[in-house]
Design a protein around this ligand. Structure first.
Ligand code: FES
Ligand code: FES
Length: 161
């Protein structure tokens, strides 16, 4: 067993974990932050488990909890502040990007990182950015529309485009 300290959504935690415990299981089972989902068999295929590690999107089923020692994690529960949705969350709501909703937390976390690094993406870049997030229910049209709308809203706020 190993004792680790990490910050999740701004709260500091100290947890004693088995070396083989996956980060996604720490988040879901120990911290009860069940917005982070598992949609494949912990094999990095679906992206539903995506969280931010020090601001960068990572698949939390592909990391051990001990690798998060000393780091800062953001899960989907940490996006909205005081009930105020982020522009990306708002755009998903308005553009019907939620669809089944199960894969949505992972997509939101991945696209939060994506838009930070590429605030003015083309549709092709958005689609490429979504390569690690599987939607099995409906398709990507409204998801791409939502990401595009969030980018436009951010650009309008900053006076760009
Ligand atoms: S649970 Fe599917 S990529 Fe992590
Ligand atoms: S929106 Fe979740 S699988 Fe399609």
């Amino acid at each position: 067993m190993k004792t680790i300290t990490l910050t999740v959504n701004g709260t500091a935690y100290q947890e004693t974990v088995a070396p083989r415990l996956l980060l996604v299981d720490l988040i879901r089972e120990r911290l009860a932050l069940t917005g982070t989902h598992v949609s494949c068999t912990y094999e990095g295929a679906c992206g539903a488990c995506t969280v931010l590690l020090d601001g960068d999107a990572v698949k939390s089923c592909m990391m051990l909890a001990v690798q998060a020692d000393g780091h800062s994690i953001t899960t989907v529960e940490g996006l909205a502040v005081d009930g105020q949705l982020t522009p990306l969350q708002q755009a998903f709501k308005e553009e019907h990007g939620l669809q089944c909703g199960f894969c949505t937390p992972g997509i939101l976390m991945n696209m939060t990182d994506f838009l930070k690094k590429n605030p003015r993406p083309t549709d092709a870049e958005i689609r490429h950015g979504l390569i690690g997030n599987l939607c099995r229910c409906t398709g990507y049209i409204n998801i791409v529309k939502a990401v595009r709308a969030a980018a436009r809203a951010a650009a309008a706020q900053t006076g760009g485009q």
